[in-house]
Design a protein around this ligand. Structure first.
Ligand code: HEM
Length: 453
C-alpha cells in the first residue's frame, strides 16, 4: 500500500541544490518559508529516504508525549553528536536510557538544587566583583565561562580554572563538526575532521583527569561520586559509560544555559522598559544577593520570553520504531521526524507579534492560556530535559545577581545574528559594554561563600 505523505519539496536535484543554498544562507528564514508554503507538516525527500518536519503543538505533543514510547533517538541528527557524547543520557534509548536516567535523577532533586543555588550565586558574585563599569567584553564567552564553572562546581566539585578556553574552543569545533555537511569520503583526513577529533580528545582529557583525580583523592557528595560508585559496583557502569555520562552533562549542562543568558542580555539591551522593570524587581532585594527563596517573577518571565524567542535547543529529532499516526498521516517506522520548536515559538497563532519581546506573555494568567506544548524550550514527555529545574534556577540567580549591579549595552556596530548549530549560537558572539547602575555600585555584595573546590 502506498504511503500518503504531506506536501513538500519534490526531492529532485534542483530542489536539493535550492535546499543546500537556502539552508546555508538563512536556515531559519528558509524553514519558515517552507512551513508557509506547505503547512504545519511537510515532507522532505533526501538520499536516506526522507523526513517529516513539524511545528504544531499537537504534533509536538504526539511525538514527545503520547507516542513517546514508540520513538527512538536513532536519528541522523544524532550520528555525529553520538561520536562526541557516546552512549550518554542524551542519545541512548530503551532500558539503557531508563537505567541511566534513574542513576542521574538524584543529582537533580530539590534538596540538591538548594545546595547548588549557593554555589551558583557565589559564582555570579565572583564575576560581578571582577566587572568594571565601561568594560567591553564578549558576553557570550563570559556566560559560557560562568555556566561551565557552575556545572563543574555543582555536579563534579571541580574547578575548571585554566580549562575554560580549552572547553570553549573544543565546543566551537564540535558544533562546527556536528553541523557542517560533510560529503567527502570518510577516510580523508581533512583539517575540519582533524579539528573535530582533537576537540573530542581535549574534552576527554579533561573528563578523564577529573575521574582520575577523584579516584585517587577524597570522595565528595556529588554526581561524579555517584557515577564512580556505580562503576565500582558489580555489573555497574563501565569506564566508558561513565565517561559518556560526564561528557554529556558537561556539554548539555552549560552551553544551553549560557546561550539563554546571552540572548537575554541582548534582549534587555534592546528593550529598556523591560530592563527597567527587571531592575525594579531586583531593587526590592535591597542590595543583598538573591537566594533560592526569593520569588522573582519578572526575572523568570524575562528568561522565559528570551527562551521563546531564542530557544537554545531550537529543534528536536526522533525516529519512530513502529508506524505511528500523526496529524492524519501514517509515519512509517524508521523514517525521521524533525520538530522545529523555534518555529512553534514564533508562530503568531500562539504568540501574537512573535518578534516582539514581551515578558508579560509569561505572567501566570497568560501562560496558563497557552496551548499545551506551544512553549517547549526544555522538550516534553519522558525525554524532557533532566536539568530543567537546575537551569531555571541557575539562569534566574545568575541573571538576578549580575543585573542587580550591571546592565550590558551592545557595542555600537556589533552585528547580532543567530547561527543554528547544535544549539542556537550568537553568530558573532555578543560584544557588550558593562554599565554599573548608579545606585547599585555601592550596594553591599554578598560575601563569597566557601571558595570553589
Ligand atoms: C537553558 C538551559 C537548557 C535547555 C534550553 C535545555 C534543553 C533541553 C532539551 C530541549 C532537551 C530534550 C532533548 C530531546 O527531547 O531530544 C534536553 C535534554 C537533556 N538535557 Fe537539557 N537543557 C538545558 C539545561 C540543561 C542542564 C543544566 C543539564 C544538566 C546539568 C541538561 C542536561 C540534559 C540531559 C542529560 C538531557 C537528556 C535527557 C534525556 O534524554 O533523558 N540540560 N535539554
Amino acid at each position: 500500500m502506498d504511503v500518503v505523505r504531506p506536501n513538500g519539496p519534490d526531492g529532485g536535484m534542483a530542489s536539493r541544490v535550492r535546499t543546500l543554498i537556502g539552508f546555508g544562507t538563512d536556515p531559519l528564514g528558509f524553514v519558515q518559508r517552507r512551513f508557509e508554503t506547505y503547512g504545519d507538516i511537510y515532507y522532505v525527500k533526501n538520499a536516506r529516504g526522507g523526513f517529516y518536519v513539524m511545528k504544531h503543538p499537537e504534533h509536538i505533543h504526539a511525538v514527545l508525549v503520547t507516542q513517546a514510547a514508540k520513538m527512538r533517538k536513532e536519528h541522523s541528527a544524532f550520528e555525529l553528536l553520538s561520536r562526541v557524547v557516546g552512549d550518554g543520557l542524551l542519545t541512548t534509548d530503551g532500558d539503557v536510557w531508563r537505567r541511566q536516567r534513574r542513576l542521574l535523577q538524584p543529582a537533580f532533586s530539590q534538596a540538591r538544587l538548594a545546595t547548588y543555588s549557593t554555589a551558583i550565586v557565589d559564582e555570579a558574585v565572583r564575576m560581578r566583583d571582577q566587572l568594571t563599569s565601561g568594560q567591553e567584553l564578549d558576553v557570550s564567552r563570559a556566560m559560557m565561562e560562568l555556566t561551565l564553572r557552575v556545572v563543574c562546581r555543582t555536579l563534579f566539585s571541580h574547578d575548571p580554572r585554566g580549562e575554560t578556553d580549552d572547553v570553549a574552543n573544543a565546543m566551537s569545533a564540535l558544533q562546527d563538526g556536528v553541523s557542517t555537511p560533510d560529503f567527502l569520503p570518510s577516510w580523508l583526513p581533512t583539517p575540519h575532521r582533524r579539528r573535530f577529533r582533537d576537540s573530542v580528545a581535549a574534552i576527554d582529557r579533561i573528563v578523564y583527569r577529573m575521574i582520575g583525580e577523584r579516584r585517587s583523592g577524597p570522595a565528595a557528595d556529588d554526581l561524579l561520586q555517584s557515577l564512580i560508585t556505580a562503576s565500582d559496583e558489580q555489573g555497574g557502569l563501565s569506564e566508558k559509560e561513565m565517561r559518556d555520562q560526564l561528557v554529556t552533562l558537561f556539554l548539555a549542562g552549560h552551553e544551553t544555559t549560557s546561550h539563554a543568558l546571552t540572548w537575554t542580555w541582548y534582549l534587555l539591551s534592546q528593550n529598556p522598559e523591560a530592563a527597567r522593570k527587571l531592575r525594579e524587581e531586583l531593587d526590592t532585594l535591597g542590595g543583598r544577593a538573591p537566594t533560592l527563596d526569593d520569588p522573582l517573577p519578572y526575572t523568570d518571565m524575562v528568561i522565559k520570553e528570551s527562551m521563546r524567542m531564542f530557544p537554545p535547543v531550537y529543534l528536536l529529532a526522533r525516529s519512530p520504531a513502529e508506524d505511528v499516526e500523526i496529524g492524519g498521516y501514517t509515519i512509517p517506522r524508521g523514517t525521521e521526524i524533525v520538530l522545529w520548536i523555534y518555529m512553534t515559538h514564533h508562530d503568531p497563532r500562539w504568540f501574537p507579534e512573535p518578534e516582539r519581546f514581551r515578558p508579560e506573555r509569561f505572567a501566570a494568567d497568560n501562560e496558563s492560556k497557552l496551548p499545551k506544548n506551544a512553549y517547549v524550550p526544555f522538550g516534553a514527555g519522558p525525554r524532557a530535559c533532566i536539568g530543567k529545574q537546575f537551569a531555571t534556577i541557575e539562569a534566574r540567580l545568575l541573571l538576578a545577581t549580575l543585573a542587580q549591579r550591571f546592565a550590558f549595552d551592545l557595542v555600537p556596530g556589533h552585528r547580532v545574528a543567530m547561527r543554528p548549530r547544535v544549539t542556537l549560537n550568537p553568530k558573532f558572539g555578543m560584544r557588550m559594554t558593562a554599565r554599573a547602575h548608579a545606585n547599585a555600585a555601592a550596594a553591599p555584595a554578598r560575601p563569597l561563600g566557601a571558595s570553589a573546590p
